[in-house]
Design a protein around this ligand. Structure first.
Ligand SMILES: [Zn+2]
Ligand SMILES: [Zn+2]
Length: 169
């Protein structure tokens, strides 16, 4: 895999630039969120905020392997530092059914230099409550939901009606 990527801003191509060069350009505001890079993975132009996906594990692939492991619920994890944009921060603290997980990076992502959001599997299960789980019903559609204790107080997307519900503490 090459270390450099071509860039396109407002229809004008430049580069290729190294990761380090791109990071500098992003951090000093020379490259807008709408700038694109030419992905090596599939030869398509993609938003600069998704650059890490072309170097590390692609979020869609992560989702696929989580699904293959039989896990049906995911959360979104940010980098945890102040490079996380509001759109990415907004995706955390919620539990999503794996088929209803938001796309990463989100379309309006403005993380600088780029998005580090990723999926993590959760132990949430909607089948059987163990002693350590919280069982409750969706306030919108009465779907029975069981969530691990760690989910107390978090917002969950109801697997049935897709509305946001807050897990009781
Ligand atoms: Zn972002
Ligand atoms: Zn519901």
């Amino acid at each position: 895999m090459s270390e450099k990527r071509k860039i396109r801003t407002g229809g004008v191509e430049s580069g290729p630039f190294s990761l380090r060069q791109l990071m500098c350009q992003r951090e000093c505001g020379e490259l807008p969120d709408t700038a694109e890079f030419l992905a090596e993975r599939d030869g398509k132009w993609k938003r600069i905020t998704g650059l890490m996906c072309d170097f590390e594990v692609y979020p869609d692939d992560r989702l696929k392997s989580i699904r293959q492991a039989g896990i049906r619920w995911v959360m979104v994890l940010n980098s945890g530092n102040n490079s996380d944009c509001p759109a990415c921060k907004d995706l955390t603290q919620k539990i999503y059914p794996i088929d209803g997980a938001p796309k990463l990076p989100p379309a309006n992502c403005s993380c600088t230099p780029w998005c580090r959001s990723d999926y993590i599997a959760t132990e949430l299960s909607d089948t059987k409550a163990k002693d350590c789980d919280i069982a409750f019903k969706c306030v919108h559609c009465s779907q029975k939901i069981v969530i691990v204790m760690a989910g107390a107080g978090l917002s969950v997307i109801c697997p049935t009606c897709k509305k946001v519900i807050v897990v009781p503490k």
